[in-house]
Design a protein around this ligand. Structure first.
Ligand code: FUL
Length: 477
């Protein structure tokens, strides 16, 4: 008996010494559960709609009469249906843009829909869109501009109280929200209750004391991804063209992103492998040149949107694609056509995963439960290497020649983002040929292979990593 117990203990020690069966330790910075859910959404809509839609402006001065807001054919269900048909998983609406006009009947101001002709002042665009989103299974989020060119007290403590009251009011009436968006545009000239002057606030974001706003959000809607501010759950990708940098970490340190409350573009672009927070990049871009609808502008082409998809969703972050309702309150028919054509292009490009018929192997694997075949298909299983093993090759082999355009790699980010360097090689005509290489991977990396490539073996060479490799999936299209 003593012999058997001894043997069992020795076996247990050996097992843990070799890490068999046990998962790799998470990295020090990992996403929260709500950030993981946010990553999985991949793409969602922005909707810029307010008085600017009726004045043909991008930034209203703040003196616009609420009488101007008069969408003649607004239908929240129709809007949300377009969003859903386009494959977008959420919708972030401009509850208030820089001009200060509120799309909901806020009890803190008269400058809102309640004094507009829309439904004779009894309408509530925020509430109607919120309910339509819930009906159609689309997640709902809000943009509330911190800069307010209408409010007489902008720049003082009174305005901060007003702003925080509105955050509270919105979350209480329309929460929970999947994301709240706090625009960085701040201060300048404006109406400011008739003062008509220029007001600059203390170093960009510092005036707002974001920790107070974030604590209201945590209290009322704890699973909301907070975009921007000094405590971001997600960060600006550094441009409004829909391009996340090829070298992009989800981790970043707020004090480096926003030194003295000002955007640090390089830090926003790349993040930092030693960053102190999970603050992944989000790519905000509009389907049209402007954020708001203008008669004279045209939407992008489906091909342009497809390229944006590759440089946003395909680079480990999310795509926030802006739609601009027109004066009827409708998404222009032309834009709907573009969206559907784009959707079809994405679906066609990523519908036939060739890896399902490949045999997976790896030059190194952690023991049982973390095998190379776990990277096949879209399930929870993942491949991992032993502790200390930071490079390895994964090989996919087919019975016959295949032709592909894209390789998709997904890290198991629940345990942190790790890959520092990788290359993709194919075997054809008796030799290996490198067809792509890169640095970071993250939640999802779509790697275009250039011209359509033909091969019967493909290997992803993970050349360096911050810890043992943890890969959810490799797919080939
Ligand atoms: C910018 C704003 O100034 C634009 O009007 C728009 O809302 C865009 C998403 O963010 O900072």
């Amino acid at each position: 008996m003593r012999y058997i117990i001894g043997l069992l203990l020795t076996l247990m020690c050996l097992t843990s010494a070799f890490g068999q069966g046990s998962a790799p330790e998470p990295m020090s910075v990992v996403p929260t559960e709500y950030q993981l859910q946010w990553h999985k959404m991949e793409q969602y809509a922005f909707v810029h709609f307010t008085i600017n839609t009726f004045t043909d402006k991008e930034w209203g001065y703040g003196d616009e009469s609420p009488e101007l807001f008069n969408p003649t054919d607004f239908d929240a269900d129709e809007l949300v249906r377009v969003v859903k048909d386009a494959g977008l998983k959420g919708l972030i609406l401009t509850a208030k843009h820089h001009d200060g006009f509120c799309l909901w009947p806020s009890r803190y101001t008269e400058h809102s829909v309640k004094n507009s002709p829309y439904k004779q002042g009894r309408g509530d665009i925020v509430g109607e869109v919120c309910e339509a989103c819930r009906r159609h299974g689309i997640k709902f989020g809000l943009y509330l501009s911190p800069w307010d060119r209408n409010h007489p007290d902008y720049g003082t403590d009174n305005y901060l109280e007003y702003y925080r009251n509105q955050v509270r009011e919105l979350l209480t009436s329309y929460g929970p929200l999947f994301e709240m968006w706090f625009d960085g545009a701040n201060g300048g000239d404006g109406y400011y209750g008739g003062a008509k002057e220029t007001r600059w606030v203390e170093s960009g974001y510092l005036y707002y004391d974001w920790s107070k706003v974030v604590s209201i959000i945590r209290e009322l809607s704890p699973e909301t991804v907070v975009w921007s501010s000094s405590l971001p759950d997600a960060r600006w990708c550094s441009n409004e063209r829909g391009i996340i940098d090829e070298h992009c970490w989800a981790m970043a340190s707020p004090e480096v992103l926003y030194p003295n409350g000002v955007d640090n573009i390089e830090a926003l672009r790349h993040g930092d492998e030693d960053g102190s927070r999970w603050a992944p990049a989000e790519a905000d871009v509009s389907i049209r040149p402007g954020w708001f609808y203008h008669d004279a502008e045209q939407p992008k082409s489906p091909e342009e949107l497809f390229a944006i998809y590759l440089t946003s969703v395909g680079r480990g972050g999310t795509l926030l694609l802006n739609l601009a309702p027109d004066r009827r309150g409708r998404i222009p028919e032309q834009d709907v056509e573009v969206l559907m054509a784009w959707r079809n292009m994405v679906d066609a490009a990523f519908s036939n995963d060739l890896s399902s018929s490949a045999e997976f192997s790896a030059t190194s694997s952690r023991a049982e439960g973390f095998e190379a075949r776990n990277m096949q298909g879209d399930d929870d299983a993942y491949w991992a290497t032993e502790d200390g093993v930071v490079s390895a090759d994964v090989c996919l082999k087919w019975q016959s020649i295949v032709t592909a355009k894209y390789v998709v790699i997904e890290e198991h980010i629940a345990l942190g983002q790790r890959v520092r360097e990788f290359a993709v090689e194919v075997y054809a005509d008796g030799q290996w040929r490198r067809v792509a290489d890169g640095t970071t991977v993250g939640y999802k990396r779509i790697i275009p292979l250039g011209d359509t490539v033909t091969f019967d073996e493909l290997r992803v060479r993970f050349l360096d990593s911050r810890g043992p490799l943890t890969i959810d999936r490799i797919a080939v299209y």
